[in-house]
Ligand binder design. Structure first.
Ligand SMILES: [Zn+2]
Length: 302
């Protein structure tokens, strides 16, 4: 009996810890993306007359989400906010547009697209059936471009602040902040796990940007990848970046090239350290050598 009860408990535990869909607050859902398909996470926010979706995702996931929305709320999706220009957050733009939503992002996102596209889109076409199936040759730019650092959407239900806090993961990083519910959706400016790429980042500046996110004092942090949690995600992402940058800087100052570097990070960083750290080391080294953000230096997407 005891062991059967144990099995039942562990099954229950698995279901609870890997929930694909979580109600974070009334009318605020967090949906885990399938990492094996490269999908990012999704936040859905219900306003009095419409829904806001955070991140367009890849086209395949966008289609799934469009089919799933009526199970959350009967209200239409009015806005889809791209937190940044990467394909797993924005390549579903045209899919959402066709479904009647307005895609939007900060100006830095469109600038990044103009800088890197359609090359990255075409790389994705070669690799991904869902991107290929759009029949398109470039990512659709967000239909509404937000200038400045903040856009507030407010009605009798709630306030939603779209915030640009500075160049961290990419130059256009947008955060979604619900001041009443103290919910912060971060895109990939903070992720839960070793799931980030640093090539478009301003690595040294990124922790300073995360300080601004921490100053909001969020209770719920909804990352672009990995499970939702609290401020631990912001603190951990920040500490990993600081530790990594300091370590690479030290090795570079000793004359070492990335391949010769032996970087050991503190145990607290383990959740953010990928099995192969070489790409992150190279991105930091690029930034150290250039005295400029890694993302400002011409680079291939790896
Ligand atoms: Zn992502």
């Amino acid at each position: 009996m005891g062991s059967r009860f144990g099995v039942a408990l562990s099954v229950l535990f698995c279901v609870c810890t890997a929930r694909a869909q979580t109600l974070v607050a009334p009318g605020v859902w967090f949906l885990l993306g399938d990492a094996s398909k490269g999908y990012s996470n999704t936040t859905v926010i219900e306003m009095s007359d419409y829904l806001i979706v955070v991140d367009a995702n890849y086209p395949g996931r966008a289609k799934e989400l469009i089919a799933l929305m009526p199970t959350l709320s009967k209200k239409p999706v009015r806005y889809v906010f791209d937190t940044h220009a990467h394909g797993d957050h924005s390549y579903g733009n045209s899919t959402w547009t066709r479904a009647g939503a307005t895609t939007m992002a900060f100006a830095g996102v469109a600038k990044e697209m103009d800088r890197w596209e359609p090359k990255r889109w075409q790389t994705a076409v070669a690799k991904r059936e869902d991107v290929r199936a759009t029949g398109e040759s470039d990512v659709e730019r967000p239909r509404k471009i937000i200038t400045g650092d903040k856009l507030v959407l407010k009605d009798k239900t709630r306030e939603v602040d779209l915030l640009f806090l500075g160049w961290g993961h990419t130059p256009g990083d947008g955060y979604v902040w619900l001041p009443k519910e103290r919910v912060l959706a971060t895109g990939d400016a903070a992720v839960n796990g070793p799931r980030n790429k640093l090539w478009d980042a301003s690595i040294e500046n990124w922790p300073t940007v995360l300080d601004k996110a921490l100053a909001l004092k969020p209770v719920h942090v909804l990352p672009g990848h990995g499970e939702a949690d609290g401020v631990e995600i912001l603190v951990g992402q920040q500490r990993f970046l600081k530790d990594l940058f300091v370590a690479v800087n030290r090795e570079a100052a000793a004359g070492k090239r990335p391949a010769e570097m032996h970087i050991e990070l503190p145990r607290e960083d383990a959740n953010w350290v990928p099995k192969d750290l070489s790409g992150d080391i190279e991105a930091c080294y690029t930034e150290v050598q250039a005295h400029a953000p890694a993302g400002s230096v011409p680079h291939e997407w790896k």
